[in-house]
Write a protein that binds this ligand. Sequence first.
Ligand SMILES: Nc1ncnc2c1ncn2[C@@H]1O[C@H](COP(=O)(O)OP(=O)(O)OP(=O)(O)O)[C@@H](O)[C@H]1O
Ligand SMILES: [Mg+2]
Length: 232
Amino acid sequence: MLELRNITAGYDAGTVLRDVSITVPDGAVVALLGPNGAGKTTTLKVASGLLGTRSGQILVDGEDVTNKAPYQLARHGVCHVPEGRGIFPSLSVTDNIRLQAPARNFKASLGNATSVFPRLGERAKQISRTMSGGEQQMLALCHAYVSDPQYILLDEVSMGLAPKIVEEIFEYLHDLARQGKSMLLVEQYVAQALKLADYVYIMDRGTITFAGEPGEISEETIMNSYLGSLAS
Ligand SMILES: Nc1ncnc2c1ncn2[C@@H]1O[C@H](COP(=O)(O)OP(=O)(O)OP(=O)(O)O)[C@@H](O)[C@H]1O
Ligand SMILES: [Mg+2]
């Protein structure tokens, strides 16, 4: 179980998250929704150690990992697929996977990645920035397959992709869920995210405004949480 308890965090410019508590149970998919600027990316950064907390705690399987470095959280099985792809654009597909994979496990990881994403196998030597957006996103998602994490943080992995590719990406996410991975999923495709999720949190202006199961959430709640912040 991954737990954020009463997190306050932000940047030099000011506090962004206030008293944010989120639980990702083992094997569960948790969707984190909310309007632009709500603090979703900031939350994922805190959960993977990229951003420190001002107060509150992060626990992985009951162990306190608050303000540990990203590599230490990675050792605890936390994998962050960041906003905007998170690959090394000037490196080949193979070299990107080499950096994602545990050092001793590179060959097996490459085999695993190319069996999940055959298209990447065909493009092993291609410099990744020259691939299509969908192919680049698959390469970013490889991380969740080759580093064998238990907790996967996904930040808008469908952003800017054609509908057919978005469908494909969601198939991969369903596949990870079937494998029993725990996920904290930030998504602009709300309906798709709710289909995949076991639990939902809605965030607005740095605080959690709803926590529950997808069945408990009305369209009105979603609309209000997105439009409410636009109106004010
Ligand atoms: N590096 C930074 N330095 C200063 N302020 C930042 C930084 N990153 C984000 N912020 C601010 O923190 C707030 C929350 O941003 P965040 O990126 O977490 O939102 P988000 O919910 O992911 O939004 P979006 O849906 O647009 O991706 C915003 O007001 C943003 O301007
Ligand atoms: Mg964001």
